[in-house]
Design a protein around this ligand. Structure first.
Ligand code: ATP
Length: 364
């Protein structure tokens, strides 16, 4: 069984506490993605799993086996690096076969494994080429192929798509997902790209400053972020945050700021009542806003002034101003928004998020 468990994992580099008390159970066959901004400790975590980085404290288990003191080559894990790390003087075949040769696999077995992996990755015609004769996407496939031929218990990916252009990245993302469905090998994948994390991960682990902020299925994390950091990091364009004050009028609670009075949904009222007359952060995702129609309730809509219009074909992003705050709305492409003019926007009350200004935790 190829479950991986990280227990109270820490890594300190002199002053920098790069990984802080990380606890994580990666299930057998699971594709888990570590995501977060640059410097959040995701690569260091992955490298500790691979055995390429010393562990300051804590434990790593592969199945039931404690692997802290096992050298990388004995861990039965295969890593794909961001720069592919191919040997330039070797052919694609030799690059893929190298690890098996070093482990003294029989020649026939090596040939079979390389051929199978090359077919799976659609590169059987490239086996005689050298890396410099390959495109970025092809090199990336070779790097993945080199990991596949080992039939490891766990794949480790360190930003493997970040050197590819945007279109190829999307294509390779789909291929990696398909590959994982076929091979059913446990995979730990590191990226700073939240779209990659959402689309690839069975679960995602969001990290900040060395600590895990939230672990969950992509849509769960997206729709129920535990704190303001996760809410702002997952989603593009990012969630709008506004400083508001909770006020009561005629028995209902509102989150109020200049130019905006948002009705607190009844099911959230009990929890938010303790914040009366206090300031909290209101979060609205751009896609939860749309242009108000005549039939929309007056008290669920507000006026905004259009600052920037970004037509994207399938949708339009509007940067708008409400009082002193900027609100981005992702609206239907048929909306005729004019620069510097007012537009009336409406929101989905159930999707509003509220965050405590002191702790930045979601108020749920
Ligand atoms: P990136 O996406 O930029 O690679 P990351 O989330 O993978 O970022 P890490 O590379 O894990 O982040 O680094 C975490 C922290 O540890 C950073 O502050 C980094 O500067 C520091 N760090 C990493 N390796 C070392 C090292 N060998 N010596 C000193 N500090 C290090």
């Amino acid at each position: 069984m190829a479950q991986v468990m990280l227990k109270d994992l820490n890594r300190k580099f002199d002053e920098v506490h790069a990984v802080k008390d990380v606890n994580l159970l990666i299930r057998d066959k699971e594709f888990i993605v570590l995501v977060g901004p640059s410097g959040c400790g995701k690569s260091t975590t992955l490298r500790m799993v691979a055995g390429l980085e010393d562990i300051t404290s804590g434990e790593i288990y592969l199945g039931d086996q404690l692997v802290n003191n096992l050298p990388p080559k004995d861990r039965d894990m295969a890593m794909v690096f961001q720069n592919y790390a191919l040997y330039p003087h070797m052919t694609v075949y030799d690059n893929m076969a190298f690890g098996l040769k070093m482990r003294k696999f029989p020649k026939a077995d090596i040939e079979k494994r390389v051929s199978e992996a090359a077919t799976l990755l659609g590169i059987p015609d490239l086996l005689k080429r050298k890396p410099r004769q390959l495109s970025g996407g092809q090199r990336q496939r070779v790097a993945v192929g080199r990991a596949i031929v080992r039939h490891p218990q766990v794949f480790l990916f360190d930003e493997p798509l970040s050197n590819l252009d945007a279109k190829l990245r999307v294509q390779m993302r789909v291929e990696l997902k398909r590959l994982h469905e076929r091979l059913e090998t446990t995979a730990i994948y590191v990226t700073h790209d939240q779209v990659e994390a959402m689309t690839l991960g069975d679960r995602v682990v969001i990290m900040k400053d060395g600590s895990v902020q939230q672990v969950g299925e992509p849509l769960e994390v997206y729709s129920r972020p535990r704190n303001k950091f996760v809410a702002g990091f997952m989603g593009s364009p990012a969630m709008n945050f506004m400083d508001t004050t909770i006020t009561e009028a005629a028995g209902r609670l509102y989150a109020v700021t200049t130019g905006l009075r948002v009705k607190v949904p009844l099911e959230r009222a009990a929890r938010l009542a303790s914040y009366k007359e206090q300031s909290i952060t209101l979060g609205i995702r751009p896609e939860d806003l749309r242009e108000a129609r005549g039939s929309d309730a007056e008290d669920l809509s507000f006026d905004a002034v259009v600052d920037v219009v970004e037509p994207l074909g399938s949708e339009i992003l509007l940067d708008t101003r409400v009082g002193s705050q900027t609100i981005v709305a992702r609206v239907d492409p048929t909306v005729r928004a004019r620069l510097h003019e007012k537009i009336r926007l409406t929101y989905v009350p159930e999707r509003l998020r509220f965050f405590d200004n002191q702790t930045e935790e979601a108020i749920v």
